[in-house]
Design a protein. Structure first.
Length: 248
């Protein structure tokens, strides 16, 4: 017959159930009501205006505003401002009247991008391909850049990349904070720990019943099990927090 549950077991079970409920609700609320556009390490709020779309938030420790205004035909203007001192304007023309013969043997729509009135890029951009950029000669040119930041140093505002310009101009993808897969993993670990706390000998018997007749856990095993009941909920709680606030 199963022994009555101790106070520690009850506390562990209540804590696991409470975390599962709280972070499940948080995950649903985040994905339903707090969606935005990922930019650097934050999400920008989107607002539709008569002129176009405005994305606002905070990055680099400063207020950020990205205003997208459709122009005539295939032209889109982007006004990008970080804080008071950093301000840039971009104009994207896509698709242009010309196509670019890519090295793969197919043609891709032409694209031109200006930054502060000067031509930033001219070439081709394949549809539905994140790195489908080609220069004017048809050579693949993904434009990948690597930036290095030092611990404790405040990152400096950076210009928008070609990919970011294209994304904002054509309609960025919306997302929300919360790593769903990590959240599911934490739920699984919570369930395992709940089974271990509710029926302390169940997992032990399942592990050894095929190897040993009438297995019994040692005092050391039971002591380590109780330590695990105190330590694992803390680790699972940290995992839930990471899952809840992590960007995709």
């Amino acid at each position: 017959m199963e022994e009555p549950r101790t106070r520690l077991q009850k506390i562990v079970l209540i804590a696991l159930a409470a975390m599962a409920v709280i972070f499940t609700v948080q995950m649903f609320i985040s994905h339903l009501f707090f969606r935005g556009v990922q930019f650097q390490d934050t999400l920008l709020r989107a607002e539709e205006t008569a002129e176009g779309a405005v994305y606002t938030g905070k990055a680099y420790g400063l207020p950020v505003s990205i205003r997208v205004t459709p122009g005539d035909g295939n032209v889109t203007e982007i006004d990008y401002q970080v804080g008071v001192d950093f301000h840039e304007t971009y104009v994207m023309e896509y698709p242009t009247e010309e196509t670019v013969a890519a090295e793969s043997g197919r043609s891709v729509p032409g694209i031109r991008i200006w930054k502060n009135g000067e031509l930033l890029f001219e070439g081709g951009r394949a549809e539905n391909q994140e790195y489908g950029w080609y220069d004017a000669d048809g050579q693949w040119d993904p434009g990948i850049t690597v930036s290095v930041t030092y611990p404790g140093a405040e990152p400096e505002p950076e210009s928008l990349s070609r990919g970011q310009i294209f994304s904002f101009a054509t309609g960025p993808e919306f997302t929300a904070r919360g790593n769903v897969w990590l959240y599911v993993v934490m739920l699984f670990f919570s369930a395992l720990l709940a089974v271990d706390a509710a029926w302390p000998r169940a997992l032990f018997y399942l592990q050894h019943c095929c190897d040993v007749r009438d297995p019994e856990p040692s005092d050391f095993y039971l002591s380590m099990q109780r330590i695990g009941w105190m330590a694992y909920p803390v680790l699972i709680g940290i995992g839930y927090l990471v899952a809840a606030f992590q960007l995709p």
